[in-house]
Design a protein. Structure first.
Ligand SMILES: *[C@@H]1O[C@H](CO)[C@@H](O)[C@H](O)[C@H]1NC(C)=O
Ligand SMILES: *[C@@H]1O[C@H](CO)[C@@H](O)[C@H](O)[C@H]1NC(C)=O
Ligand SMILES: *[C@@H]1O[C@H](CO)[C@@H](O)[C@H](O)[C@H]1NC(C)=O
Ligand SMILES: *[C@@H]1O[C@H](CO)[C@@H](O)[C@H](O)[C@H]1NC(C)=O
Ligand SMILES: *[C@@H]1O[C@H](CO)[C@@H](O)[C@H](O)[C@H]1NC(C)=O
Ligand SMILES: *[C@@H]1O[C@H](CO)[C@@H](O)[C@H](O)[C@H]1NC(C)=O
Ligand SMILES: *[C@@H]1O[C@H](CO)[C@@H](O)[C@H](O)[C@H]1NC(C)=O
Length: 497
């Protein structure tokens, strides 16, 4: 056994003998890029005055991963991936419709794994994308309790954003408030069995915001006055030498009537008028503050129930979001702003003082991390062909970072993106670079053809964190390109240190 393995063994034994198993509160936000106080830095494109006190407080007592990335920057594929701990090429899910159990295999989900280990499991809001992508019943076999999705009040095709006044909310609750209310009620019930030693709980709460439409109570918008404090993105143009295949035309925003009326087509450099950019940015920030309020209520309930020393609390988002940077919007691309997400895990007794890590992490790491932090047996790494194995992982437990946040576990993260139902973008992110190959992909067998290279991108993030220059053709980078191309094609297994 190596040193790392030994440390893990000690940790696991320590947990199981001294504290017993832990409960889990598993929080998810939708389309939340790390635009949170705790993630602000002077070399980021994030707004400096975010009002996110509850998430910041959670971050301050968590292992906070500052360089975490998604496997696929869209809800359905991303959630199918992190909820099963497998990558899109294993789940076979590249859209919002396919169900991994049908197109991939009988892969256990995080809640199902806890359920099989004797936990009560309950889900609220948007945990899976929903609909057919989770079997039309939010993957019923994952849960011991009845699933609660909530209803989308005040959301319509008319408005990309809408600040709702207090009088409208007297008799109606916004969906994230419904989700928080139901989650709190369930925690109160499940706490009884957790406290008397009958069963621990795993409670997943998926907030719908800051996903479009940006609907929130108008009082949160007051955090973002004066309006003059909201600024335009510094780079409202596509990167120099960006291949057109890298572009996504943000149909998910243009389909709202208010945006459609502006006559924009989503083409490269066809940007929204400045006034709309500012308005949408303020509405996105307001939506984040609204999620922060609701999330704070759920987290506080753990404390009210006296379970703060027995409950792990994690927070992730399914993907990032562009807010006019590059003149683009939404996700479905391989830009850092689409792939980078917040990731934090509070493990009582272990992360209370806050641990910040700049190591690369991936959403597939969340499953094995939460399992080990709770004190269950560690999951083993999936073999090359895991199509019949229910409970292995294609990620790594991040627990070793709690002892040494600089310990490199992997030297790259991997993301992918479909274009035109025939091309796959495969992208590798190292500490310094993001490198992408757009290649032919056979969707009948899910096989990449690395020889059919259509386009490439290389961004040197040390010199260009905004990704404004694709330098793949610069002769000075030719050595880097061949190294990264080899690393990309040899895949995530070979990036494990
Ligand atoms: C609140 O919004 C509703 C719907 O837009 C509107 O009819 C009503 O007049 C508003 N109330 C106040 C107090 O502004
Ligand atoms: C634990 O609490 C549950 C829920 O209140 C109750 O049904 C059960 O009988 C209790 N078990 C024990 C051992 O006290
Ligand atoms: C986009 O705009 C930038 C800045 O004005 C310009 O340099 C670039 O050539 C334009 N690209 C395309 C594809 O229109
Ligand atoms: C949780 O642990 C802290 C530190 O050990 C302690 O001060 C606090 O009282 C504990 N809370 C509960 C509810 O046991
Ligand atoms: C995985 O599943 C197998 C077969 O059901 C079981 O024996 C094993 O204990 C499980 N492993 C974990 C880590 O849960
Ligand atoms: C993976 O294993 C399954 C079951 O053994 C088999 O049916 C399938 O063909 C294998 N897939 C590949 C790509 O080898
Ligand atoms: C990552 O580390 C592995 C194992 O140490 C090594 O083989 C690989 O070349 C490295 N890749 C990159 C992109 O640095």
């Amino acid at each position: 056994m190596d040193r790392q393995g030994f440390r893990l063994l000690v940790l696991v034994v320590f947990f199981q003998t001294c504290f017993g198993l832990k409960n889990v509160l598993f929080l998810i936000a939708s389309d939340l890029r790390p635009e949170i106080g705790a993630y602000y830095s002077t070399v980021s494109q994030f707004y400096p005055f975010m009002h996110t006190p509850n998430i910041d407080a959670l971050a301050a007592k968590s292992l906070l991963m500052k360089n975490a990335h998604v496997q696929y920057a869209n809800c359905g594929p991303s959630r199918s991936s992190f909820m099963t701990g497998r990558r899109p090429d294993t789940t076979g899910v590249y859209n919002n419709n396919d169900y991994w159990r049908t197109v991939g295999g009988p892969f256990e989900t995080i809640p199902e794994h806890f359920k099989l280990n004797g936990y009560n499991t309950a889900g609220f809001g948007k945990v899976f994308y929903g609909g057919s992508s989770s079997g039309d019943d939010d993957d019923a076999q994952s849960w011991t309790e009845t699933y609660f999705r909530g209803s989308k009040t005040f959301e319509s095709k008319e408005n990309s954003w809408h600040a709702i006044n207090a009088s409208s909310l007297v008799n109606d609750r916004l969906v994230d408030e419904q989700i928080a209310d139901e989650a709190i009620a369930s925690l109160q019930t499940l706490a009884q069995e957790a406290i008397n030693g009958t069963a621990n709980f795993f409670v997943a709460v998926g907030f719908r915001r800051p996903n479009l439409p940006f609907v929130f109570p108008d009082d949160v918008m007051s955090m973002y006055y004066p309006e003059a404090s909201i600024t335009l993105p510094s780079n409202p143009y596509v990167p120099a030498n960006m291949p057109s295949i890298a572009w996504s035309s943000w149909g998910a925003l243009r389909r709202y009537d208010d945006i459609g009326a502006l006559g924009v087509n989503g083409n490269r450099n066809n940007t929204l008028p400045d006034a709309n950019v500012l308005e949408l940015r303020r509405a996105y920030y307001s939506s984040i503050t609204w999620v922060d309020e609701q999330l704070g209520r759920v987290v506080d309930e753990i404390q009210n129930l006296g379970l703060e020393n027995d409950t792990i609390i994690s927070l992730i988002s399914d993907n990032g979001f562009l807010l006019g940077e590059h003149g683009g919007w939404c996700k479905n691309s391989l830009f850092e702003l689409a792939t980078r997400v917040p990731m934090m895990i509070h493990i009582p007794g272990l992360t209370d003082g806050g641990i910040v890590s700049y190591e690369l992490a991936e959403l597939v790491d969340v499953f094995p991390t939460v399992v080990e932090a709770a004190g269950l047996d560690p999951l083993s790494l999936c073999p090359e062909n895991s199509s019949t194995i229910t409970n292995c992982t294609e990620g790594l437990s991040l627990l070793p970072l709690t002892t040494n946040p600089c310990m490199g576990l992997k030297n790259a993260s991997f993301s992918q993106q479909v274009r035109k139902k025939e091309v796959m973008g495969y992208s590798i992110r190292t500490q310094r670079y993001r490198y992408t190959e757009w290649i032919d992909f056979d969707f009948s067998t899910n096989t990449p053809d690395w020889t059919a290279l259509r386009d490439q991108e290389l961004y040197d993030l040390t010199a260009d964190f905004e990704q404004n220059f694709n330098v793949v053709s610069d002769s000075g980078y030719s050595g880097v390109v061949s190294e990264l191309s080899a690393a990309l094609q040899s895949g995530w297994r070979n990036a494990i240190i």
